[in-house]
Design a binder for this molecule. Structure first.
Ligand SMILES: *Cc1c(COP(=O)(O)O)cnc(C)c1O
Length: 381
């Protein structure tokens, strides 16, 4: 049975496998004894192997050891965790922040911790899997609205009176476009629904101080009561948080099962993340350089008739459609020394397989230019 199912996946071109990396995360990666230029990581600011972040990690490991020892509510909540939470609350302009061990866990815990049978959850069709899974896990009525379609959302909400939550990605992870947060916030307030924004790909990258899409849109805690951020992307480390009111955070400490029943992040990860946060806040030039690279890539692609999706973010997907063709182009690029991942269903809807190009502040102009050239060559085949 299992073998047949795997064979089916292979036939459909949907079999997934891993490549082993033999170097630090960065714009150059070593795979199969060969160096390739990396255009598929979420390390948007180049912090995953930043000297100061690594040093903070080592120093904290010397002081606190490797493991946190237990869950936060037993004896695993260290000074580094506590300090990071306070700094994140201030950074995002929220009363409190609460750490989770991964973004996936944060989304499951927050949604299922606050919503239950009898309630109703509205989610954008293109939301990240963890947001969808959290909604399903909660037992609440689960409704998906068309991507970024406010009229469709309002239609779905029209006859509901139950306690409600609206859930959305900030920057959509596979498309790179952004949610209409101002409109979502207005709808949520009017309908007395909680609004959860998962800004995994906006945090550190967007906004004047790097506080993400909510900062760029100027939305405060009343307007976006639940803000989820992750450390595995622009922060270059690992873990996640939710920020919001004192009342919501205290409720989650009591109720979020993925918070309560799991081991706390290693304190050294929290220390490294604090250093990333400092760099994010201080080094605006990283964000500015990344913005310039995005513009360069978009302009260059236009000149070369490469069809990009409508994204202004560091995620610049090229829609191919056909699964086999997408994989072929990705493999061709790899032969030329460029790593661009092929994203296939079910990660994206049927018929919308794509190359997901991601840019990083660690890239230079000539990297972008050479990728554009390689894309033309590889797509011609
Ligand atoms: C990556 C991602 C997550 C999951 O975060 P992890 O810390 O990797 O588990 C959640 N939501 C979105 C939108 C993401 O892109």
């Amino acid at each position: 049975m299992l073998a047949e199912k795997l064979a089916e996946l292979r036939t459909a071109g949907l079999y997934r496998s891993r490549r082993v990396i033999d170097s630090a995360q960065g714009i150059y990666l070593q795979i199969d004894g060969k160096q390739v230029l990396n255009f598929c990581s979420n390390d948007y600011l180049g912090l995953a192997n930043h000297g100061d972040v690594v040093a903070a990690f080592k120093q904290a490991a010397d002081k606190y050891g490797v493991g946190s020892g237990s869950a936060h509510l037993v004896c695993g909540h260290s000074y580094e965790h506590h300090a990071l939470e306070a700094e994140l609350a201030e950074f995002t302009g929220r009363e409190r922040a609460l750490l989770f061990s991964t973004g996936y866990m944060a989304n499951l815990g927050v949604i299922a911790g606050l919503m239950a049978k009898g309630d109703v959850i509205y989610e954008d069709k293109l939301n990240h899997a963890s947001l969808l899974d959290g909604g399903l896990l909660s037992g609440a009525k689960f409704k998906r609205y068309l991507h970024n379609d406010m009229a469709n959302l309002q239609l779905k909400m029209a006859n509901d009176n139950a306690a409600a939550m609206i859930v959305t990605d900030g920057v959509f992870s596979m498309d790179g476009d952004v949610a209409n947060l101002a409109a979502l916030s207005e709808i949520a307030i009017k309908k007395q629904a909680l609004l959860l924004v998962d800004d995994a790909h906006g945090l550190g990258v967007l906004g004047e101080t790097g506080a993400g899409l909510v900062e760029e849109c100027g939305l405060n805690q009343q307007q976006v009561p639940l803000l989820v951020g992750t450390f595995g992307k622009a922060f270059g480390t690992s873990g996640a948080f939710v920020a919001g009111s004192e009342l919501l955070i205290e409720t989650l400490i009591q109720k979020a099962r993925t918070y309560i029943y799991t081991t706390a992040l290693p304190p050294a990860i929290a220390a490294a993340t604090r250093m990333s946060l400092t760099i994010i806040q201080q080094e605006t030039e990283r964000r500015n350089h990344l913005k310039a690279l995005i513009e360069r890539f978009k302009t260059g692609a236009k000149q070369l008739n490469i069809n990009l999706m409508s994204s202004d973010s560091a995620i610049q997907p090229i829609l191919i459609g056909d699964v086999d063709k997408t994989v072929q182009i990705s493999e061709k690029l790899l032969q030329q020394g460029f790593w661009v991942s092929a994203i296939r269903p079910p990660t994206v809807p049927q018929g919308s397989a794509r190359l997901r190009v991601t840019l990083s502040a660690a890239h230079q102009n000539h990297h972008v230019d050479s990728l554009l050239e390689a894309l033309v060559t590889a797509s011609a085949l």
